[in-house]
Design a protein around this ligand. Structure first.
Ligand code: RM4
Ligand code: MN
Length: 378
């Protein structure tokens, strides 16, 4: 791809940031507090808007219900618009596929509430992650739980508007340790297939066993028109929720190569590129900026892959040649290109440095002194 086409594609890229990435979070042992973190959904949106201001490609923020529950979602959407961003994907809380019928009914009501909220925020996507499973063999019927899950999904799917989608996430394990109801992409794919075209799989890069070939999953789901989007983050061991591309930038490149190879980088392709990170000890906003930049860098390299040369080498069985085409793109230093892109877009070429100079960190530390910081358990 010529560099002007690469620049145009990068200019059109959209990455959604998560409201919970700006709030306090932690591990199972402790929630780590930081000065200046948001106390309200509005303040989370303000921080997301700052990330967009410095990166130029993060114009929407995902909400989490109940963490971002407010009385008036129209007003929240208006506040977002005033800050220059929109409200994106609505993330539901966990679901109960267990035997207690009343708990299940409450859970479906919660999912319907999320769609009601989408109607008010103008969100296109409902993202479902089911934390459910069992801890012990024999604890519950694995088979019945699939039936209950399928029923709840059907009831929720039926509630969606014509322009709305359901993105079904999977996660290998945790919080349940014996079995998980949606543990892998195959299970998510099978449920989405049963539901219909507006149900698609979302790949959270942290939710796989070590060594899983995620780009294979990407290619498979793309081919089946069942890839709804990504939750990008990094994992070293489990669901670490660290900055995207930190642990394995090459994996991120390989994923983006599958996307770029079918021309699906832009928003028109309908793939939601989201971050799902909850970093704990490093500063919130610059770490989200870094994640956005890491995804952008991997995308730039993927766009630089010489598709014709790759195709030719693959067709002629030139194993080394084909691999070299990919590695040439990966080994390109795209930082000068991205600096140029940002200058073209009227942005500072170094978003993290620009953020540091802006004084925003000092401002929020001073302004958000009182009240209850938002976060897990808050
Ligand atoms: C879960 C899952 C979901 C996210 C929540 C906050 O582990 O990854 O995508 O909504 O965390
Ligand atoms: Mn996720």
């Amino acid at each position: 791809m010529s560099s002007s086409r690469v620049l145009a594609a990068l200019r059109g890229q959209r990455i959604e940031t998560p409201s919970w990435g700006y709030a306090n979070s932690g591990t199972r042992f402790k929630v780590f507090g930081q000065p200046g973190v948001p106390r309200t959904p509005r303040e989370k949106i303000d921080d997301a808007a700052v990330v967009h201001r410095f990166t130029g490609i993060a114009p929407s923020v995902a909400l989490h219900i109940p963490w971002d529950r407010v009385g008036d979602y129209g007003a929240l959407a208006k506040h977002a618009a005033e800050q220059g961003v929109t409200l994106g994907t609505i993330n539901s809380n966990t679901f109960q596929a267990g035997p207690d019928r009343r708990a299940r009914r409450r859970a479906v009501r919660h999912l319907h509430e999320c769609v009601d909220i989408m109607d008010q925020t103008g969100s296109r996507d409902l993202k479902l992650w089911f934390a459910d499973g069992t801890n012990y063999p024999g604890q519950d019927s694995i088979r019945d739980r699939q039936d209950r899950l399928a029923r709840a999904l059907r009831e929720t799917y039926a509630r969606l508007g014509d322009d709305q989608r359901m993105l079904l996430e999977y996660k290998l394990f945790e919080p349940a340790f014996y079995h998980t109801d949606v543990p892998d992409w195959g299970t998510a794919y099978a449920h989405c297939l049963e539901l219909g075209p507006r149900a698609q799989v979302v790949i959270d890069t942290g939710h796989h066993a070590p060594g899983t070939n995620i780009e294979f999953i990407v290619a498979f789901l793309l081919r089946a028109s069942k890839l709804g989007g990504f939750d990008f983050n990094s994992r070293f061991y489990a669901d670490d929720d660290l900055m995207a591309g930190a642990a394995d930038p090459f994996q991120l490149f390989r994923i983006m190569h599958e996307i770029a190879a079918v021309g699906a980088v832009g928003p028109g392709a309908g793939i939601a590129f989201m971050l799902d990170q909850c970093h704990n000890v490093e500063e919130k906003i610059p770490a989200v900026i870094r994640s956005v930049m890491n995804v952008q860098e991997a995308t730039a390299k993927a766009l630089l892959v010489d598709a014709d040369a790759l195709d030719g080498a693959q067709r002629s069985g030139d194993v080394l040649g084909a691999n070299a085409v990919l590695m040439d793109a990966y080994n390109t230093d795209v930082r000068p290109l991205l600096r140029q892109l940002r200058e073209d877009m009227g942005l500072d070429p170094d978003p993290v440095a620009a953020y540091r100079r802006s004084g925003y960190a000092q401002k929020i530390r001073a302004e958000r002194a009182g009240g209850q910081a938002a976060g897990w358990g808050a």
